[in-house]
Design a protein around this ligand. Structure first.
Ligand SMILES: [Fe+2]
Ligand SMILES: [Zn+2]
Length: 380
């Protein structure tokens, strides 16, 4: 993150930032971030704090703190960094962040979790042994040993224990019951799903942070480095529900993520296949697909699919029963920042690749033609 904060306009920005007339002593102390991160410094963990941004953002920003701030308390560091991060959000978004925080606080004070053990990461209980072993070995070979790739860049593997799926389903059911009974106005996961819930909103965010940091990022680093797989630093975790009286299907779309983890939790259902049609950059999102990009996937409870957010997909109708899927949209702020400066083809976009090849072919053809012409001329 670049630091643009000149001191001349700092007081105005700060009072606007805090908004209640009190200017924090930290923000007032004219501290500036270092341009180059201190690579030797080991940042604190922020996962257990209630913060407005992802804990990993704080950990990476901490390396940019001025040296004298590295020794202050973790709370003070977090406060200082929050002020900086908020400063770069547009006003509309800042208000939304504040509203969302209040929304989560309301849930926290009224909703009583049914299975508290779900709220802390417990790998032995959550994951199947094969998955755990592959992650702890942490090599491409160990990952490949549990992963199948039925179509390019669509990774499939067993992930959650059946008991964990059941526990999570029952927690979600309990949450939905509370929403109905309390007549609580719930925010749904996205514009496409009218049913389902955001897990981050009712206390599961710290656990999902761990899930991304320790389990999804190691995989994405190996399989999706070209879309920021190794720098995933925030997520949106939610469940979607399909079936009678729920959402039926889901139109063709791309996710607001660099990498998406999609795990079927159950229950009994038929239909609901995912259909994939190749990865596309923003410019090419509506182009046709090549035959080798067409792939349909059948959900199995406990089994995970990992794919690029830009891998276009949709879900067919769930024709009977009830299907609930857990989704985690993982994002990389570094990748999003870098993308702003990118002018060339995207290595991961099927259409960009097709165009690049076409261009190479025509260059080759032109060169060949030129050579033949020259040969003809010299022969004559
Ligand atoms: Fe999606
Ligand atoms: Zn493209």
């Amino acid at each position: 993150m670049s630091h643009r904060g000149g001191n001349s306009n700092a007081p105005a920005a700060k009072s606007e930032l805090i908004g209640n007339g009190t200017v924090s002593t930290l923000a007032n102390s004219r501290q500036r971030l270092r341009l180059n991160p201190n690579k030797e410094h080991k940042p604190e963990a922020y996962a257990d704090l209630e913060l407005d941004f992802s804990p990993s953002i704080f950990s990476s920003l901490e390396r940019h703190l001025p040296p004298n701030m590295l020794v202050i308390s973790r709370d003070d560091k977090a406060k200082f960094m929050t002020e900086i991060l908020l400063k770069y959000l547009p006003t509309g978004e800042r208000n939304r962040t504040q509203k969302h925080k209040e929304y989560r606080q309301k849930i926290k004070s009224y909703y009583q979790p049914l299975h508290p053990e779900l709220y802390t990461m417990n790998p032995i209980i959550f994951f199947v042994p094969t998955f755990l072993k592959a992650i702890s070995d942490n090599t491409e070979q160990s990952f490949r040993s549990i992963i199948s790739e039925p179509s390019p860049d669509i990774l499939v593997f067993q992930m959650f224990q059946p008991d964990f799926c059941e526990l999570l389903l029952s927690e979600i059911e309990n949450f939905e019951k509370w929403v109905t009974e309390a007549n609580f106005r719930i925010m749904r996961p996205n514009r496409m799903n009218k049913f389902g819930a955001v897990l981050d909103d009712f206390g599961l965010e710290p656990m999902l942070d761990k899930l991304m940091d320790d389990f999804v990022r190691p995989l994405s680093r190996v399989f999706f480095p070209e879309v920021g797989g190794s720098t995933l630093d925030s997520h949106h975790g939610f469940v979607v529900e399909y079936g009678k009286d729920k959402d039926v299907d889901l139109g063709f779309h791309v996710d607001d993520s660099e990498v998406t983890l999609n795990v079927c939790l159950g229950k009994e259902f038929s239909g609901g296949e995912l259909f994939f049609r190749g990865s596309r950059c923003e410019k090419h999102v509506n182009t046709g697909s090549q035959p080798d990009e067409v792939f349909d996937y059948n959900h199995v409870p406990g089994r995970a699919v990992l794919h690029r957010g830009r891998h276009r997909h949709g879900a067919r109708a769930t024709t009977s029963g009830h299907r609930i899927n857990f989704l985690m949209w993982c994002r990389s702020s570094v990748f999003r920042e870098m993308k702003l400066y990118q002018k060339d083809f995207s290595s991961w976009c099927g259409e960009c690749n097709r165009m690049k090849q076409e261009r190479q072919h025509s260059t080759c053809a032109a060169t060949r033609l030129e050579l033949i012409t020259r040969e003809g001329e010299s022969a004559a």
